[in-house]
Every structure is written in C-alpha cells, then in structure tokens.
Design a protein around this ligand. Structure first.
Ligand SMILES: [Zn+2]
Length: 59
C-alpha cells in the first residue's frame, strides 16, 4: 500500500488516517521523504519544525 502524507503533521502514514494526530486529511502527491531519528539534533527537523522522530514527506 502506498504511503500518504498527513497534511497536518507531514508524517507518512499507511491507511486512511494519521495514527499520530488522527487527521484523515492525507495527500498522495509527495515527492520525497525524510527520516528523523533524533529531532532535537537534526538540522532538517529544525528547518521543517518537526519535534518528534518519524518518517516525514517532502513536497
Ligand atoms: Zn498527522
């Protein structure tokens, strides 16, 4: 199953609903992804204002 991007928190999710913020506003047209392992030490996470580890989509 293709992963979709949650419009709210930008996480990549499988299924019809984001397990993190419970949003069902998902976008299938994302172009890349970032995996954040340690949000507090990641420059990309800071730029994207991500505060938790996880897999995120880039548009
Ligand atoms: Zn979400």
């Amino acid at each position: 199953m293709a992963k979709k991007m949650c419009k709210k928190c930008k996480r990549l999710v499988t299924g019809d609903k984001c397990p993190i913020c419970q949003s069902d506003k998902l976008n299938e047209s994302w172009k890349g992804r970032v995996i954040v392992i340690d949000a507090s030490r990641s420059e990309i996470a800071k730029k994207m204002k991500l505060d938790a580890a996880g897999e995120y989509a880039l548009r």
